[in-house]
Design a binder for this molecule. Structure first.
Ligand SMILES: Nc1ncnc2c1ncn2[C@@H]1O[C@H](COP(=O)(O)OP(=O)(O)OP(=O)(O)O)[C@@H](O)[C@H]1O
Ligand SMILES: [Mg+2]
Length: 333
């Protein structure tokens, strides 16, 4: 499949009073045209910063792109100017933000916001623009789209705002949709509807999707591949099957053990991973997960494990995959 997006060795830092926060520490992944992938990991691991970097939306200061390339459709986005990015954002890449209010303007009617976007990025004019905006509101399943067109974001419920934001993100048929926790604040039924809607758009329009989520439960059945992030790095990536059933990183195992799964396992006790991710001002020298890892070896403390390829699609960064690592290694001192 043709590559649509290629993130290579992305590094993003933030300057704070406490020190330099190394939010993203060398992230690389690809996305093919028409593919849906998921990016998962605990809070603070750099998912949103990675997503915002693709849109070139990191505020500077305090943020800085320290290294890396983000190729979209064959062009590196990082050297682009703000003006150039404005022609790409919304048109070629749509984003659903973690907080709907960051992309909806509270002072402007929802319909008009979509119209502005369409006027900026398409050739539509006059009545056709309004028709398209109402069509988008209908497409995302908002009842009474004509009435909703004339309302403000505060007149919408949380789920409706999320839908309005999806309508806006998709109004210009972007080739890539980045959905940052699009369903976190919503109840389970609406969550399912929104994921179904995104799936439909992928199938009908061939939109590529990056779904960012805490919730591994929503990943299966939606994404063909999963990128697992920890402390600003990718620690494992593979097809959804590889990540769910043949994962090799103890962190991936920990994440999966803390997800309720259907079937008989539902009665099994959930095991959240003990401890917390490290601070990113002085991240550990070796593997960032070692302080929480029940199989950590001495080398894990000292040296970063390389990314090792296990299949055409499966990569992992863990010393346990080394041929000399003792089975069940647990040598912590
Ligand atoms: N503007 C900023 N200034 C300073 N630090 C920041 C800023 N934005 C993000 N960070 C830091 O970057 C790191 C990664 O944050 P990010 O928002 O990408 O996490 P996340 O994986 O999206 O988490 P969550 O699941 O909670 O949304 C965190 O340590 C965060 O505190
Ligand atoms: Mg986030």
């Amino acid at each position: 499949m043709k590559k649509l997006l290629s993130v290579n060795n992305l590094q993003v830092h933030f300057t704070t009073f406490a020190g330099e926060v190394q939010a993203v520490r060398g992230v690389s992944f690809d996305l093919a045209a028409g593919e849906a992938i998921a990016v998962v990991g605990e809070s603070g691991c750099g998912k949103s910063v990675t997503a915002q970097s693709i849109m070139k939306l990191i505020p500077s200061p305090p943020g800085r792109y320290m290294a890396g390339e983000i190729f979209f459709n064959g062009e590196n986005l990082l050297p682009k100017t703000e003006k150039e990015m404005e022609t790409i954002r919304g048109k070629d890449i749509g984003m659903i933000f973690q907080d709907p209010m960051t992309s909806l303007n509270p002072t402007m009617k929802v319909g008009h916001q979509i119209v502005e976007m369409l006027k900026k990025h398409t050739n539509l004019t006059g009545e056709a623009v309004k028709r398209r905006a109402v069509e988008m509101l209908a497409l995302v399943g908002l009842p009474n789209p004509e009435k909703r067109y004339d309302q403000y974001p505060h007149q919408f419920s949380g789920g409706m705002r999320q839908r309005a934001m999806i309508a806006m993100a998709l109004a210009c048929n972007p080739r890539l949709l980045i959905a940052d926790e699009p369903t976190t604040a919503l109840d389970v039924t609406i969550q399912a509807q929104i994921l179904e809607l995104m799936q439909e758009l992928k199938d009908k329009l061939g939109t590529s999707i990056i779904l960012i989520t805490h919730d591994l439960g929503v990943v299966a059945g939606f994404a063909s591949r999963v990128i697992v992030m920890y402390a600003g790095k990718v620690v494992e990536s593979g097809t959804t099957g590889e990540i769910f059933y043949r994962h090799r990183h103890p962190y991936t195992r920990g994440l999966l053990a803390s997800v309720p799964r259907p079937g008989k396992e539902i009665r099994k006790k959930l095991n959240p991973i003990a401890g917390r991710p490290p601070g990113l001002i002085n991240p550990p020298r070796g593997c960032a997960f070692w302080p929480r890892c029940d199989r950590a070896m001495q080398v894990c403390r000292e040296v970063q494990p390389d990314m090792v390829q296990l299949s055409d699609t499966h990569w992992v960064s863990c010393w346990l995959t080394h041929e000399f690592a003792a089975k069940g290694a647990n040598v912590r001192s």
